[in-house]
Ligand binder design. Sequence first.
Ligand SMILES: Nc1ncnc2c1ncn2[C@@H]1O[C@H](COP(=O)(O)OP(=O)(O)OP(=O)(O)O)[C@@H](O)[C@H]1O
Ligand SMILES: [Mg+2]
Length: 315
Amino acid sequence: MNDHVAQTALRIADLRGRFITHERYAPLQDRFRLLIEKRLADITAGRTSEAHGIALSGASGTGKSATTAHLLSKMQAYLAGSSLPDATLISLRVPSPATLKFVGQTVLRALGYNLTAERQAWYIWDLVRHQLRERKVLFLHLDEAQDLSARGTRHELDAVASMLKTLMTDADWPVGILLSGTEELENILNHDPQLARRMDTVHFAPLSPVLNVPDVARLIAGYARRADLSLSGEITDITLSERLIHAAAFQFGLVIEMIIASIEVAFLEGSSRLEWRHFTAAYTLRSSCLDAFNPFIVSDYHRIDARKVFTREMA
Ligand SMILES: Nc1ncnc2c1ncn2[C@@H]1O[C@H](COP(=O)(O)OP(=O)(O)OP(=O)(O)O)[C@@H](O)[C@H]1O
Ligand SMILES: [Mg+2]
């Protein structure tokens, strides 16, 4: 029995470890790659021009963190074979509170540099700029970038925004900025036109419960295949995909999480076939809701606010 559980955990980890290249990925990678090529070309020619950045926004669960992590690891591998093989990309989560000083310390830590003494913000950022150049950092990725504007005072937001501009316009070593976060991230750009001018914006929109049904059906089939599960006839029915999109609050990443959770239920019961009831059970496990609020059970599932269920779950 324990063996079976351990085996399931391994198989689920394997499924979770895979990145699905969705249609929004290629345009994002192309843009990012272009910015990197421009920097590499400048470095080769001994020129400096201002770096540019990308701001990726989208609702919680859409897949921003997963996508940026995949993008950075692919591009890091690409850089290894480029004209500047030791160039690096650095990624971190915006800390809370997002004061100028605390953000600076977190960037330093991401650069592998440990501050031993208490320092002032200007000192920390001087060190950050020095380390960015030393480590040949081309891009700095800040995830959960909406937190830069959350709770912090307007003064702190101004300070962080102007520091990001300073990094991008550095005369010796300009660094590109990749920001990812929920829609409130757009407030930061709206707040600072000078920063906004230097950033391309990319938005991950919610799934359409109509247009994306075939994509979701393919996604279920693909995951089932990788999990070595056959599909019961009802699974290929489009109504399952419609309900799944709704249950996942229209977010791509949450759709994937729910497919994997349903496969886990099937694994645990030793089933070799993925069935509708596995989705029902996975939803119940996740949200501990009554059947009346389970979109895989009730017929008027449109009335269920899946986002609320998740909020309640996380609270
Ligand atoms: N392309 C993908 N391939 C495989 N799994 C994915 C993909 N995109 C998202 N996921 C999975 O979906 C879930 C949610 O994605 P992620 O954490 O990236 O969302 P997010 O947009 O960063 O949300 P938040 O704003 O709450 O941080 C994660 O479990 C992630 O592994
Ligand atoms: Mg995230």
